[in-house]
Design a protein around this ligand. Structure first.
Ligand SMILES: Nc1ncnc2c1ncn2[C@@H]1O[C@H](COP(=O)(O)OP(=O)(O)OP(=O)(O)O)[C@@H](O)[C@H]1O
Ligand SMILES: [Mg+2]
Length: 270
């Protein structure tokens, strides 16, 4: 195994205006490893993936993919790195006007010199890998939520990426379909040997999929460890997240910055 991490997130910070979303986040994902990232809604999980894809630029720190610092790449270099990454977006994001086949084959037609027959073969192969053989001519409107997600996966693996990023692949699905999706992710990992980052709220699939689990909380990565260690992690935030309790530090507002507090206590005269 390559000693260098495939994805190296180093002291990554990102804010939007005054809102600090990620603060000094460090994460390393090794070749063939499956990292699951947990965190409450709005904690910056999608922002983290968008930094890895080079869709957002860090304010400080960097993301390196296979040793290349993403924010320093020119368009062509970034395009090459992106070709190694399959992104499965939150809510599948399929093209509604295209059939399953056209959705999955889209990047093949656009970014390769493959013939129509080769594209058709690759599309069939990808649909087979996600358990959707024979759905080629259906439209997204004819698919269930779970099928849509799997078409999204098929589209993401079409260009044979080395890295797969899944953004909440099971949100909105019933528990059985959630389990099916978890297994598809595991199958893809084993069949393709890809390095994966999966963002999820579903703890059951997190523990099934993960080699390591990270938890984002208030912009920081407060844990990143093997599932068994994560389960035993004494940090009250980790334990509250695992139990799904309403009571605990997870939902408490962070203390306001000192200046804001002083202004609230001593408002300027009107
Ligand atoms: N382009 C942007 N401009 C301004 N604010 C943004 C932008 N992208 C994200 N944010 C803000 O950053 C915060 C984190 O967003 P993000 O989408 O990463 O959350 P998340 O952890 O993926 O949440 P969820 O679980 O609900 O998907 C949110 O408050 C969001 O409003
Ligand atoms: Mg998100």
């Amino acid at each position: 195994m390559n000693a260098q991490p495939v994805i190296d997130v180093v002291n990554l910070s990102k804010a939007f205006g005054p809102k600090v979303v990620l603060s000094n986040v460090n994460l390393q994902v090794r070749e063939g490893e499956s990292l699951v990232v947990l965190g409450g809604s709005g904690t910056g999980k999608t922002v983290l993936l968008r930094n890895i894809m080079g869709l957002l630029k860090p304010d400080a720190g960097h993301v390196a993919v296979e040793g290349k610092i993403i924010a320093q790449l020119d368009r062509e270099e970034l395009f090459k790195v992106r070709q190694k990454i399959g992104m499965c977006f939150q809510m599948a994001a399929l093209f509604d006007s295209m059939s399953v086949e056209e959705n999955v084959g889209f990047s093949l037609k656009r970014h390769t010199t493959m013939t129509r027959a080769e594209v058709a073969d690759r599309v069939d192969e990808c649909l087979g890998l996600v358990g959707l053989k024979g759905t080629n001519h259906l439209r997204p409107s004819e698919l269930s939520g779970g099928m849509k997600r799997r078409v999204g996966f098929a589209r993401a693996i079409a260009l044979k990426p080395e890295i797969l990023l899944f953004d909440e692949p099971t949100t909105g699905l019933d528990p059985v379909m959630t389990d099916v999706i978890g297994r598809v992710i595991l199958d893809l990992k084993h069949e393709l040997g890809v390095t994966t980052i999966t963002i999820t709220h579903d703890l059951k699939s997190a523990f099934e999929i993960a080699d390591r689990i990270a938890l984002l909380f208030r912009g920081e990565c407060i844990a990143c460890e093997a599932p068994a260690d994560f389960r035993r992690n004494p940090n009250p935030v980790v334990q509250q997240f695992l139990k799904g309790d309403a009571d605990g530090p997870f939902l408490q507002d962070p203390p306001p910055p000192k200046r804001a507090m002083s202004r609230a206590l001593h408002p300027p005269p009107a």
